[in-house]
Ligand binder design. Structure first.
Ligand code: SAM
Length: 252
């Protein structure tokens, strides 16, 4: 995957490229990334990238032209490799990012991400250059760099070969529409609490069943919306029923 980012703060992306799984994936050439500063595409001495909003009001708005030129340069680099660009603007007004969108983007060969600042971007740039807007949640950050890195981290994890077996994503939250089950490691006793016995049993069928049941219980308690959005398999329905009737019996 070829990633192009447009940002006034290219150095911020070192957090992504120099640490952990996303750094390892880069050194394995699972993706390439180039971060372009739109100031490079200005023609005045001050390298101006923003101006006051028409209609008045607080804050500044990013100029369309330097961004359009930076996006065009990014698209040209993708085209040179025969790669189709998909242009995303990180924005609180975008569709909230979900696992499905991450999977969809991870299939792309070319991704251009606009990380903006100030009050936002001249709407005409968005109307002509951007394919979709993505939000990372219903709150406002100071800039699009952290949202862009959140998106990229989630996407890069899904690239084949990015995760070793040890950190495989197949059991992660949301992959099967459920939250992840609880994890335990040594020591066996911690603050007077023990590890659930089944995890020490060596019985892999029972362990799998326990983990699935825990995922179901956690999802029902914390994110009932996730359960409502999908139907239960026969096994899941049986497990939940068994837990509910056990709890009923215990309380009667
Ligand atoms: N005036 C904008 C609004 O209320 O929608 C907020 C602008 S914010 C201060 C500056 C930039 O940070 C945005 O243009 C966007 O690129 C980024 N940003 C802030 N919060 C975000 C979020 N929740 N998701 C994605 N990007 C966000």
């Amino acid at each position: 995957m070829q990633v192009e980012v447009i940002s006034l703060f290219p150095e911020m992306f070192n957090a992504l490229t120099q640490h952990g799984i996303t750094s390892r994936a880069l050194s394995r050439a699972l993706y390439q990334i180039q971060v372009t500063n739109p100031r490079e595409f200005t023609s005045d001495n001050h390298k101006t990238v923003d101006d006051r909003p028409y209609g008045g009001g607080p804050g500044m708005v990013m100029l369309a032209e330097p961004l359009a030129k930076a996006i065009a340069a990014a698209k040209q680099r993708l085209a040179a490799n025969g790669v189709q660009p998909h242009v995303v603007h990180m924005s609180p007004r975008g569709k909230p990012l979900m696992h499905e969108k991450v999977m969809q983007l991870s299939q792309l060969k070319g991704l251009v991400i606009l990380a903006s600042r100030y009050e936002g971007v001249d709407q005409r740039l968005l109307d002509t250059q951007v394919d979709e807007e993505i939000s990372i949640g219903d709150y406002v950050l100071s800039g699009g760099e952290l949202p862009a890195m959140v998106l990229l981290d989630a996407v890069i994890r899904q690239l084949p070969g990015a995760l070793g077996d040890a950190d495989s994503a197949v059991e992660d939250s949301f992959v099967n529409g459920l939250l992840d089950f609880p994890h335990y490691t040594r020591p066996e006793q911690y603050e007077g609490l023990t590890v659930p016995e089944v995890l020490m049993s060596g019985n892999h069928a029972k362990i799998r069943e326990w983990r699935l049941a825990q995922s179901l219980l956690l999802t029902r308690a914390k994110r009932p919306d996730l359960l409502a959005a999908r139907s239960l398999t026969k096994e899941e329905a049986r497990l939940l029923q068994a837990i509910d009737s056990e709890q009923e019996q215990a309380s009667s």
